[in-house]
Structures are given as C-alpha cells and as structure tokens.
Design a protein. Structure first.
Length: 86
C-alpha cells in the first residue's frame, strides 16, 4: 500500500498549537509491519521497521513451591539422619 492511500492517523493527545481537526506529525503503524511518517498534512514516503516486541521480564525469586517443599524435605532428611544415628 503506498503512502497516498493510508488513512489519516487518529489524534492521540490534543496540542494547543495544532488545529482541532489536525493530527500531529509522527511515526504511525501502516498495518504492514512498519511505521510511516505523517508530516501533519500527508503521508510521506519515509518508512521504518516496527520495533521488536519487548520480551517479558524475568521472574524474580524462586517459585512458591520451592519455598514450601525445600524446608519440608530438609526437615525430613534431618529427622531421618537423627533417627539413624540413635
């Protein structure tokens, strides 16, 4: 799809310097996996790739089951060793 046929982007934040019905210049998703520059009046031929999606943040700490099972296992091993020594 060429830049001339892209729909006008929707306005995100009002800006006191723009006319009420105008959309601010900026990069907008063209629906084809890239961004196209809107100069405030028309689409230009400038394009750039969409940024890659951010990977989810790694989980911090051990899962809950480890916090419960590990002390129980340690207690059972301790009791077994203590009984075996007697």
């Amino acid at each position: 799809m060429s830049a001339e046929f892209l729909p006008r982007p929707k306005m995100h934040e009002p800006d006191e310097h723009l006319q009420p019905d105008s959309t601010p210049p900026g990069w907008y998703d063209d629906g084809q996996g890239r961004l196209t520059w809107w100069d405030g009046e028309r689409w230009t031929g400038r394009h750039r790739e969409l940024p890659a999606a951010a990977s989810p943040a790694p989980r911090r700490g051990a899962p809950m089951w480890v916090a419960i099972v590990l002390p129980v296992v340690a207690l059972a091993v301790g009791l077994a060793v203590g009984l075996a020594v007697d």
